[in-house]
Unconditional design. Structure first.
Ligand SMILES: [Zn+2]
Length: 674
């Protein structure tokens, strides 16, 4: 008996054993293949229903098994599950490759696509048709055989280059250590950072002292707190030289090669540049839109950034008689200045943010704005006793979703916080199949004497993930691949980030931010400080993000890429409008810019700022009409949260907002408008 092979609605976690997964995957892949074959080999002429729709509804069991399995691998894993993951991943990519290369299937899809103007389709159906067609064409399905070969060769080379890029950075990161034995050298560092450095020293077999490395948990506190300017410089230079030294791990040639292969790939598929290819499936839509977005923002942020920089410099002068700030001074003096200005530490705020209260807080927002009720139930099966489950209903008591909340760390759960689902939403045969959504976080566990108390950062994290959760729970679309958070990449953070805004509103904090012992509501003075400290050095931070976004575009939206012979020279040019600190000749950013050369952010770095513009602009509607106005809530649910990816996000957004997003609201919120 394998519970994963039976039909189930609520996941029967307690019945599933690790050894059930592999046979379940194998079986589900066989079924999914049969479904694909039935569609591809159908004797009837291709129609939207027998091809596009059938394709989207296929593989249901495989989706269920995969989501249960991979969610467990993130939140409650063990050696056995990890081993199964190793075995299953190639099976899954083989299956999806087979579908992508299925020429009979593509022939049917493109037949329908070519008739699309003659067909009577709903907007959602048009979007689905487009998505299915592009899924093939963007992978070369329209190319002649020899060009297909070229494309596959490029992809193969790219994936190996990306791997080498990452390995080089890792090797360079691991090769460096700063071993300190003199107590004078570690002055300024807090207890926690010192303890960690002692541990690293022990792990590395040192007889005493402290070891600091280029790993973030070691590097960041060092740059923030170490009083020794010489040593900060040493660390910063080592960090910035990764991939840029004349040794086996140099990434200069690799960066140029990756950028030019991406360019070649885009041209092969009929696009001007890699950015044109990527941005076709983004809300922003085109490189020109992205660069003008970044440059507009730069124009506003730059005067503020320059002012903040001058303030920081005079603060450093006053404190330590430093004339010119260097890169290795930035985090250190910023931290000191922030403390001087705000003196707002986590410990003071935490008593007001008891986890249970914060959860009640997000639930009451969901109630006021969207009419959702959360009822905790103990009858729903879970994978761990810490997981809480809720039945979510609307004002008319219709079942809307099931919500899982898994909030405490444990061995077997990865770091961070995320939203996920055990079952997506769809409408099939007239039945609206409601979703099962989960939020997973890592907040301190309560003890017998003390409840779980959150830092303010953790409060915004919880709101953020719950915002993604609402996007999943309120989903109301026909086709599974367009449902919930299945939206363009630079649109997906709108629901999550917009919800964070409520954390800064007194009217909202009054609902839940109550001292866990006295019940006293958080003082106004604290709220003001939270707000102003959130904007501390916002101009400099914005300029930094813009500089990375422009660097990304300089590599990927560049039609004369072949003229770039020198990475550092190219980078200096790209940074010319955005640098605050003097250039460091022995350092280079591009050769260690993993986001865009190893990860999936190429032509996508701008989306951090893009999402902020969206959420600030959208939140302005709530501010204008009252942050708990149910009419605004209804409009947001109707036009954004329920619609998933059924239409272009710009269309959805304009329906809610009336206009395209404008940066003014963000600039105002961030204190960048004068
Ligand atoms: Zn997010």
């Amino acid at each position: 008996m394998n519970p994963l092979l039976e039909t189930f609605d609520i996941t029967p976690f307690s019945k599933i054993k690790n050894e059930d997964f592999l046979p379940a995957f194998k079986n589900a892949i066989i079924i999914a293949k049969e479904e694909i074959d039935t569609i591809a080999l159908n004797k009837e002429a291709p129609t939207f229903k027998n091809t596009i729709e059938a394709l989207d509804y296929s593989g249901e069991q495989l989706d269920r098994v995969s989501s249960v399995f991979f969610n467990l691998n993130s939140a409650e894993t063990n050696d056995e599950i990890q081993k199964i993951a190793q075995e299953v991943s190639p099976m899954l990519s083989e299956f999806s490759n087979d579908v992508a290369l299925n020429t009979q299937l593509f022939k049917r899809v493109s037949t329908i696509y070519n008739q699309k103007n003659k067909l009577t389709l709903t907007v959602e159906q048009q979007t689905l048709l487009d998505k299915k067609y592009k899924g093939f064409s963007r992978n070369g399905a329209n190319l002649p055989e020899d060009k297909k070969e070229d494309l596959r060769a490029i992809d193969k080379e790219l994936s190996s280059l990306k791997l080498t890029f990452g390995e080089n950075i890792l090797a360079e990161t691991n090769a460096y250590e700063l071993h300190l034995t003199n107590i004078e050298d570690v002055k300024g560092l807090p207890e926690g950072a010192l303890e960690a450095a002692i541990q690293v020293a022990q792990q590395k077999g040192k007889k005493g002292g402290w070891v600091f490395t280029l790993d973030y948990p070691s590097y960041i506190p060092f740059m923030k707190y170490a009083d020794s300017r010489e040593l900060r410089k040493k660390m910063a230079l080592a960090f910035g030289a990764r991939g840029f030294q004349q040794n086996d791990y140099n990434n200069e040639k690799i960066v140029i090669k990756i950028a030019s292969l991406r360019f070649k790939r885009a041209q092969l598929l009929g696009y001007d540049t890699h950015s044109h290819f990527v941005l076709e499936e983004r809300m922003s839509g085109s490189p020109i839109k992205v660069t003008s977005f970044l440059n507009d923002l730069l124009e506003k942020a730059k005067p503020v950034a320059l002012k903040e920089f001058a303030e920081l410099e005079s603060f450093a002068k006053e404190l330590h008689n430093i004339d010119h700030l260097e890169k290795w001074d930035s985090a250190y003096y910023s931290e000191k200045l922030k403390n001087k200005l705000f003196n707002l530490d986590d410990e003071k705020l935490k008593p007001y943010f008891k986890l249970d209260n914060v959860i009640d807080g997000v639930f009451s927002i969901a109630k006021k704005l969207f009419g959702l009720k959360f009822k905790q139930v103990s009858t729903i099966d879970t994978y761990h006793e810490d997981v809480k489950t809720y039945e979510v209903t609307d004002n008319n008591n219709n079942a809307i979703a099931i919500f899982y909340a898994d909030f405490h760390p444990r061995k077997g759960k990865r770091n961070g916080a995320w939203m996920t689902s055990f079952k997506g939403q769809k409408i099939k045969n007239g039945v609206n199949d409601r979703p099962h959504i989960s939020n997973v976080c890592n907040f301190t566990k309560p003890t017998d004497t003390k409840p779980s108390l959150l830092t303010f950062n953790e409060v915004t994290t919880l709101f953020h993930e719950f915002g993604h959760g609402l996007h999943g729970m309120l989903a109301n679309t026909t086709y599974p691949s367009l449902s919930g958070t299945s939206v363009y990449w630079d649109f997906v953070e709108l629901p999550s980030q917009v919800l964070e805004n409520w954390c800064f509103e007194k009217e909202c904090l009054d609902l839940f931010a109550k001292h866990y012992k006295t019940g006293e509501v958080i003082p106004m003075e604290y709220v003001e400080k939270i707000k102003s400290s959130a904007n501390f050095q916002e101009g400099m931070a914005t300029m930094r993000q813009i500089s990375f976004g422009l660097l990304d575009m300089s590599w990927h939206a560049n039609e004369s890429l072949e003229t770039i012979k020198n990475v550092k020279a190219h980078e200096k040019l790209a940074f010319s409008d955005t640098s605050l600190f003097p250039d460091v000749p022995e350092n280079c950013m591009s050769v260690a810019f993993s986001h865009i050369f190893q990860g999936g952010y190429s032509s996508g770095y701008y989306s951090y700022k893009w999402a902020e513009v969206l959420d600030a602009d959208a939140f302005e509607v709530f501010q204008e009409n009252g942050i708990f106005n149910p009419v605004t809530g209804k409009a947001f649910a109707e036009h954004i949260l329920s619609k998933g990816g059924t239409e272009h996000p710009m269309t959805l957004y304009k329906r809610f907002r009336g206009t395209e997003p404008k940066p003014e609201a963000l600039l105002k919120r961030a204190g960048l408008l004068n």
